[in-house]
Structure formats: C-alpha cells, structure tokens
Design a protein around this ligand. Structure first.
Ligand SMILES: [Zn+2]
Length: 176
C-alpha cells in the first residue's frame, strides 16, 4: 500500500505535509489520523490498537467461567441482603473485574470485556428465574403483593449495578 510519492515542490507552492509523530513518515492530510498525541499514519494507529487487544484465547474461557461464578455468588449474597443489594452490587462488579484481571494477567480486549458482561448476566439469571417463578406462583395463588415482587427486583438491580461496575473497572471507560 505504500507507494508514497514525495510531493513535487520544484516550482509549485510546497504542499502542507504532515509527518507521523511516531515513525516520522510524511503523510497526506487524508491519511493522517488525529490521535490524542498528534497526527499519526494509519499503520502506526493500527499497531497501537493491537497493544490494546492483548487477550489470548484461553483468557476468554477462564474469564467467562470466573465471571459467571463470581456473579452467581454475588447474586446469592444479594438474595440475603435484600435492600442492601445496592451496596453489594457495585462491589461485586469490582470483584469480578479484579478476578478477571488476575486470571488474564491484565491482558485486555474489548471482546473480553463484553464477554465478561455477558457472563455476569448469565451468572445472575438463575436467581432471577427462581424469583420470577416464585412471583408467578404467588400470583396464581392469588397472593399478589408488592413485597412478593421485591426479591425479583433486587436481583435485577444487582445485575443493573454490578455489570456496569465490572465493565468500567475492566475497560477504564465510562460507558458500555
Ligand atoms: Zn507512522
């Protein structure tokens, strides 16, 4: 892809040329990518992105399993805490993130973070399913009350707080 021709500057006005601030190669404005540290050529940007994607295949397997288990344990604790789930859940998210970071030796990738989020949801599903079932049974028994909905609500709250907490912790990002 590199048949860079030096701009002909014999008699014409010299073109505004940029240089990649990493490899110092002259680049045209069209090729230049503005990064937080200045203009870079596309090759250097691509190499930089590889640095942020360091996950190995087994990382996905172990991180997935760990996130399912820790998330499930968190939801189990949450089922005893009730209202205080809102305090536990962000901490559980941090716990998942730290376990994943430990297992993967801090190797990282966007795919890994997303997989961990998915795994946490799966880990929280058993108790959501059980509580949903309980709620439906209380409905069919004609014993509906607001309080029969609470355990289910707390489990949903648990995931709603724990998953973003783990994701931010892993990725250092603000949003999903
Ligand atoms: Zn470059």
């Amino acid at each position: 892809m590199d048949n860079q021709t030096e701009p002909q500057t014999l008699s014409e006005e010299p073109e505004i040329t940029l240089r990649c601030n990493k490899c110092n190669r002259p680049i045209t404005p069209a090729e230049a990518v503005l990064t937080p540290t200045g203009y870079r050529c596309k090759d250097c940007v691509r190499n930089q992105q590889k640095v942020f994607d360091t996950s190995r295949t087994l990382d996905y397997v172990w991180a997935f399993l760990a996130a399912v288990i820790v998330s499930f344990l968190g939801s189990l604790v949450g089922s005893y805490l009730g209202f205080y789930t809102f305090l536990l859940a962000p901490a559980a998210g941090v716990a998942v993130a730290e376990v994943v970071r430990f297992i993967t030796k801090k190797r990282r990738s966007l795919k890994l973070f997303r997989l961990v989020a998915l795994a946490m949801i799966l880990g929280g599903l058993p108790l959501i399913a059980i509580n949903l079932l309980n709620f439906l049974m209380s409905l069919s028994a004609g014993a509906f009350s607001f309080y029969s909905l609470l355990p289910l609500g707390y489990q949903v709250l648990y995931l709603a707080l724990a998953v973003p907490s783990a994701y931010y912790r892993l990725s250092g990002r603000r949003r999903l």
